[in-house]
Design a protein around this ligand. Structure first.
Ligand code: MRU
Length: 367
């Protein structure tokens, strides 16, 4: 029997810890291909080109990536020991860390994971560890980040499941699914847990222009899991809500500002506005690692701009817009906190006023 897409690991480390293995999402749903990333440029490009994508998966890929690169730095240094050896290692480590961090600006999980890895270097050094020992600790931390992601997503699923009933219609945008994480997804976690427990949800997956994460990834993974999923174009969400087919919207998130404004895939804020109009609750599912208390409001979130060709040419047999046309292609938008019913995290559910509720949930995680 053919292997289901859900049996593949989104991101992994090879057995020797010498390279990062990624399920290339640009090839889905046509082909499940695992690619091996070894150099800083390969890791950077895999993130930039969305071979690995979705905020939590990007964080895990970066953690594995910086571990692999740290191993290469240590090897290149030979047998040196002491303060000088650490300084030389740490300078190169930080250069690589900054480089990986520049791959995509909006998902805070990228810098969050890299900062956690940086902390391991500093703590290891303070505790008198040698460079090879620090590299070993980096490997342990990266594996831990991945394991935590699985547990966190499952916990988000439990929290989210309590907000819906068997038979409900659920709409989602982009892919905040298993393919965007290490298992379960965030927005899809309640759906997968409901599937395990016979909830029979009816899911509507927005296609998600321009990169079609909803069609290529969400519809694909939910369909593979046997979920009742219907693919719709982005401009159909109002119609399915007006018909009363949707009882809840679950979306993922790339960064939650301290006031509860949330950045997610472009088009998410439109869904939120439509949901408000039709009285459908709009839930943002996010690990506490995606809450960025250092960013006060959505206005301070840097929104990634992507190439025009993604809109005019990609996916079409021939170009579908006049040559030379101006194109605006932001990868994300910010949903105003006033449109968000609740933010579902592994530690609990945050509701307005978000400034207090988010800070409380973030503190519970201690990371
Ligand atoms: O550009 P992408 O595909 O990385 O955008 C992904 C999203 O917007 C997801 O909804 C978000 O990262 C949450 S993934 C659990």
């Amino acid at each position: 029997m053919e292997k289901s897409i859900l049996e593949y690991e989104t991101v992994a480390l090879d057995e020797q810890g010498g390279s990062v293995l990624v399920l290339d999402q640009t090839k889905l749903p046509g082909r499940a291909e695992i690619i091996r990333l070894h150099t800083a440029q390969e890791i950077w490009e895999a993130i930039y080109l969305l071979k690995v994508r979705g905020a939590p998966a990007i964080g895990v890929a970066a953690a594995f990536g910086i571990y692999v690169l740290a191993g290469q730095i240590a090897q290149g240094m030979g047998q040196g020991e002491g303060e000088e050896a650490f300084e030389s290692f740490y300078r190169k480590f930080r250069e690589q860390k900054e480089y990986l961090n520049s791959a995509r600006p909006t998902a805070v999980n990228l810098s969050w994971a890299l900062e956690r890895m940086d902390g391991v270097c500093r703590q290891g050094h303070e505790a008198g560890g040698s460079v090879p020992e620090i590299v070993e600790s980096l490997g342990r931390e990266a594996r831990k980040i991945k394991e935590e992601d699985i547990q966190v997503c499952r916990a988000i699923g439990e929290q989210g499941l309590a907000l819906v009933k068997p038979g409900d219609g659920i709409l989602t945008h982009c892919n905040a699914g298993q393919l965007a994480t290490c298992r379960y997804g965030t927005a899809t976690a309640p759906i997968y847990l409901g599937q395990e427990r016979g909830y029979h949800f009816r899911v509507f997956a927005d296609e998600t222009r321009p990169l079609l994460q909803g069609a290529r990834l969400t519809a694909y993974e939910l369909y593979s899991a046997g979920v009742d999923v219907t693919l719709i174009c982005d401009n159909m969400s109002a119609m399915v809500m007006e018909k009363g087919w949707v009882q809840a919207v679950f979306v993922g998130c790339d960064r939650v500002a301290a006031n509860g404004d949330t950045a997610n895939k472009i088009g998410t804020s439109v869904v939120a506005a439509v949901a408000k109009h039709y009285g459908v609750p709009f839930y943002v599912c996010a690990p506490t690692s995606t809450i960025d208390l250092a960013t006060p409001t959505g206005a301070e979130i840097q929104i990634e701009q992507r190439p025009a060709e993604e809109v005019t040419e990609m996916w079409y047999r021939e170009r579908m817009a006049p040559e030379g046309i101006k194109v605006f292609n932001p990868a994300f938008d910010v949903t105003d906190n006033g449109l968000v019913t609740a933010i579902v995290t592994e530690n609990g559910i945050a509701r307005a006023p978000f400034t207090e509720s988010l800070a409380a949930l973030k503190n519970l995680s201690g990371k």
